[in-house]
Design a protein around this ligand. Structure first.
Ligand SMILES: [Zn+2]
Length: 281
């Protein structure tokens, strides 16, 4: 390993911040499936941990899983991001909410969030769900991002995978989007999409860690030379705090690849700073 963690500063494009009571139920669920999260801590402590890891800015991904929750969650995120100016706020939308178009506008117009997070694995709707079409148009109009858990890792249901995602992509091909986990496990296919979709980015969350968490992960990981050739389109992400290993692992696994300094500067910091238009960090 040529570089060490201290050689770089970071923007984490894949961190979660739920209201504390929701975090608690999520963590209880993870416990049940034997995913032992080491960071089941109060919100302020989580923020402090990121700061100590030299993370200069971080996203606030959360997602509603039933009706009439999203609006309050967005309000919570707005308050949180006002208290933490280095938060990169992302909202959530639930397709059954009657006022979804109205609060989507509010997300961008009033709250000035950077985007929204969609998690089809938990939210259980198809990316091209017609109830979301108007919402997508609003996001696109405001130049917001969608961070998509579009891939099939760590497990799959009928709503994930490129096959369904493509139906959305055909309609919104120029939309700004970030594909979580580099599209795992369909890495190659998602990487290829970067050639066609100039506003698409991939985040590295959970993919390059030293200890092998997912059985399919190691074999199908993108090759270092491929990463390098798309270095302007890759964003560092960790999935903190919902990880069953120390935060450092997310960085160390990438440093193990021994790629050039400018590669790391781009993916750890520069790319996210640019696309989220972050100032003063
Ligand atoms: Zn995540």
């Amino acid at each position: 390993m040529v570089y060490s963690r201290e050689d770089f500063k970071y923007i984490d494009a894949h961190t979660h911040f739920f209201p504390p009571d929701m975090f608690k139920s999520i963590w209880d669920w993870f416990e049940k499936v034997k995913w032992e999260i080491k960071y089941q801590l109060p919100t302020e402590e989580l923020v402090k941990i990121l700061k100590n890891q030299n993370v200069k800015a971080f996203t606030t991904h959360n997602y509603a899983h039933k009706k009439d929750l999203a609006e309050n969650m967005n309000e919570w995120t707005n308050k949180f991001s006002k208290e933490h100016p280095n938060a990169i706020p992302f909202g959530t939308i639930w397709p059954e909410d009657e006022n979804r178009e109205e609060y989507t506008k509010k997300i961008f117009e009033i709250y000035k969030f950077k985007g929204i997070k969609i998690q089809p694995l938990v939210q259980e709707f198809y990316p091209n769900d017609p109830r979301m079409t108007e919402v997508y148009k609003i996001i696109e109009d405001y130049g917001g991002f969608i961070t998509w858990h579009a891939g099939t890792a760590p497990y799959r249901n009928e709503y994930v995978g490129l096959k369904h995602f493509k139906k959305y992509l055909d309609k919104f091909s120029d939309m700004k989007m970030i594909i979580a986990h580099m599209g795992a496990y369909e890495y190659d296919k998602f990487i290829k999409l970067l050639d066609k979709h100039n506003n698409m980015y991939l985040d590295t969350a959970m993919i390059f860690i030293r200890n092998n968490i997912f059985p399919e992960r190691k074999v199908k990981q993108p090759k270092p030379e491929i990463l390098q050739s798309y270095q302007d389109r890759i964003l560092f992400g960790s999935d903190f705090p919902n990880i069953p290993y120390p935060y450092e692992q997310s960085v160390l696994g990438l440093l193990d690849l021994d790629l050039p300094r400018n590669f790391y500067q781009s993916i750890f910091f520069k790319n996210a700073k640019k696309i989220f238009r972050l100032k003063g960090i």
